[in-house]
Design a binder for this molecule. Structure first.
Ligand code: 1CP
Length: 347
């Protein structure tokens, strides 16, 4: 019997009349029901590590909107924490971590074999979701890409230009590369455990890939994505992988072949017609509506949504935003986007 889940069909290379849809950060602060569950959990990290409540917030946007995929509720920064970094969130500001500035900090990290001790609740969330999702909904697991995760571990916080990570790359290349290798190995083990717990697809978020240029992109964005994808496919053949080298620009070209991913997620800095001609020719793409439309709505949302659906209609496509929905997004605009995509087939 053929595959019924639309996301898995698109990832297998099928061109569908109506693209399946999900949305980055679909479980999040723009939803009142998320804010209520988060308050019940206490804080963001307590929510991530509470399998019942994390499963509940994962399901909320599925119940409200009927998205074609659910994405595990967790965060890319749980891997640094599992490797022994201190992690906390400052309300209204974002994450804070202990920093890695040299050999001594690196030497204090835990071995990869220790990560499951911290990450077990995440696998439990996936097991709960596997049994709770509607039959047609695909369950997506994820992790941060090594470069993006390293930028937070080195700087101890989010940075606009990833300067501390670029500095360590230059000043102490050995420790920088050892850190990337440790994260790569941890990510492989983490994603394999997610698959064993029920994830049907995994996505690798390289949110800061755009700050790697030329040979650095090949070495620190392409190569780790290729290594992770190859290891996953060796251990779990048939599990599709989505790569998201955000703001990669021209480097989106050839990303499917260079890494072996089944789908390339596109941010909204690239035109969909350009991406159809240069990226989708190699396989499935995901994206690329600007998240600001979830705040502003109206005719601009409808026309950009239609433009994206049309541009990618000749090949496999999963509709999504170019980045996560922001807390000021309006659920009514999310519904308008979904209605436009699903009616788009007849428009
Ligand atoms: O206050 C809150 O409720 C916390 C906001 C929040 C949420 C909802 C954070 C803090 N993380 C998350 C969940 C999350 N993060 C998911 C869940 C699945 C989903 O619904 O999409 C995923 C996939 C992520 C991934 C993530 N975390 C990325 C990669 C994607 C991206 O947005 O670029 C990154 C960079 C992070 C780090 C992070 N976690 C949270 C924040 C505010 C940040 C960004 C920090 C910064 O750079 O300043």
């Amino acid at each position: 019997m053929g595959q019924q889940k639309t996301i898995l069909r698109a990832l297998a290379g099928e061109t569908l009349d109506v693209p399946p849809i999900w949305m980055m950060r679909q479980a999040g602060r723009y939803l009142p029901e998320y804010r209520a569950t988060r308050a019940e959990a206490g804080d963001f990290l307590s929510l991530c590590y509470n399998p019942e409540l994390a499963a509940e917030v994962t399901l909320q946007p599925i119940r409200r909107f009927g998205f074609d995929a659910a994405i595990l509720f967790a965060d890319i920064l749980l891997v640094p924490q599992a490797l022994g970094a201190d992690l906390w969130f400052v309300t209204g500001e974002g994450p804070r971590l202990s920093t890695i500035t040299g050999d001594a900090d690196f030497a204090r990290l835990k071995p990869v074999s220790d990560i499951h001790e911290t990450l077990n609740p995440i696998y439990e969330t996936l097991r709960i979701l596997s049994g709770a999702l509607p039959r047609e909904t695909t369950l997506i697991g994820f992790a941060g890409a090594p470069w993006t995760v390293a930028t937070y571990m080195i700087a101890g916080r989010g940075t606009p230009d990833q300067a501390p990570a670029h500095a360590l790359m230059t000043q102490n290349t050995a420790v920088f590369e050892a850190l990337l290798a440790r994260i790569t190995e941890a990510t492989i083990e983490y994603l394999c455990a997610q698959i064993e717990a029920g994830a049907e697809v995994v996505k690798i978020f390289d949110s800061w890939a755009g700050s790697l240029k030329g040979a650095a992109f090949d070495k620190y964005a392409l190569a780790p994505a290729r290594e992770i994808t190859a290891a996953l496919k060796a251990r779990h053949p048939g599990i599709p992988v989505i790569g998201f080298p955000r703001e990669a620009g021209e480097k989106y070209i050839g990303f499917h072949q260079a890494t072996g991913v089944d789908c390339v997620a596109l941010d909204n800095s690239v035109d969909p017609e350009w991406a159809a001609a240069n990226v989708q020719i190699d396989g499935c793409v995901q994206g690329n509506l600007a998240s600001r439309h979830m705040v502003t709505g109206g005719e601009a949302l409808v026309s950009d949504t239609r433009r994206i659906v049309k541009a990618f209609s000749g090949g496999p496509h999963i509709f999504n935003l170019g980045h996560g929905i922001t807390p000021d997004g309006d659920p009514d605009n999310v519904q308008l986007m979904i209605d436009t995509v699903r009616e788009g087939a007849s428009a």
